[in-house]
Design a protein around this ligand. Sequence first.
Ligand SMILES: CSCCC(=O)C(=O)COP(=O)(O)O
Ligand SMILES: [Zn+2]
Length: 257
Amino acid sequence: MGAQQEPENNHHLVTSEDQDHPANLIPSLCAKFWNLGWVTGTGGGCSIRDGDLVYIAPSGVQKELMKASDLYVLSLQQQQPDLKNRTYVRSPPHGKPSQCTPLFLAAFTRRGAGCCIHTHSQWAVLVTLLLEAQGSGSDKVFEINNIEQIKGFGRGFQKSGNLGYHDTLRIPVIENTAHEEDLTEFLEEAMDKHPDTYAVLVRRHGVYVWGDNVHKAKTMCESLDYLFQLAVQMKHLGIPWLSDIPETLPRAKADIK
Ligand SMILES: CSCCC(=O)C(=O)COP(=O)(O)O
Ligand SMILES: [Zn+2]
């Protein structure tokens, strides 16, 4: 017999037969993300906003083994305006919410995101290290163009459509801090400086990716990890991340600006 849940603990918020309910989706997505090396050794995570409610994983747990009953639930309306001293409308009997919570909340409150994913992908970390090695100030933004997968990204905040093959994808990079929650002000600065980005890289740590809904956040996170891996291999092969399509190649008339 498991621990008896107190009815006042709003346990109903994490009880659903619907596999797409946030309380079920976060554990199932994190189990998939673990297989990709995105949430290794309790790192990384995922948070989903469903209307006013935000579902958050617990801290320091094996993200691939989470259950719906492990999750915290926060009401954005009840929290406003103070997002620092957080209270939860539902908490599990033990543990504490993810250190990533303020960063997830930044995506929900400043970009109206419906889902935010945080990975410790080695490809993301390697890209930040390659940029660091380049130095001379160019280490603050990852840029790549003329790769088909770039079409996997939205054009930007409150803009419709996706980037095109000839567009340059730009992802800002912030420096890591001793404590995850201390990243928040730097993530928010990066959002302000790059209003159209859907992701922020964290040097030597990983990446935060958000989207209007789970589908968009997940597919942009997958596309980004694909591009990070490609970028690392391109660097090995001496192929620049930014290139011009040779004029000799055929370009559709619509593409010629
Ligand atoms: C070894 S993970 C260190 C903390 C971290 O970077 C992370 O993303 C997970 O933090 P949480 O509080 O969700 O365990
Ligand atoms: Zn992390």
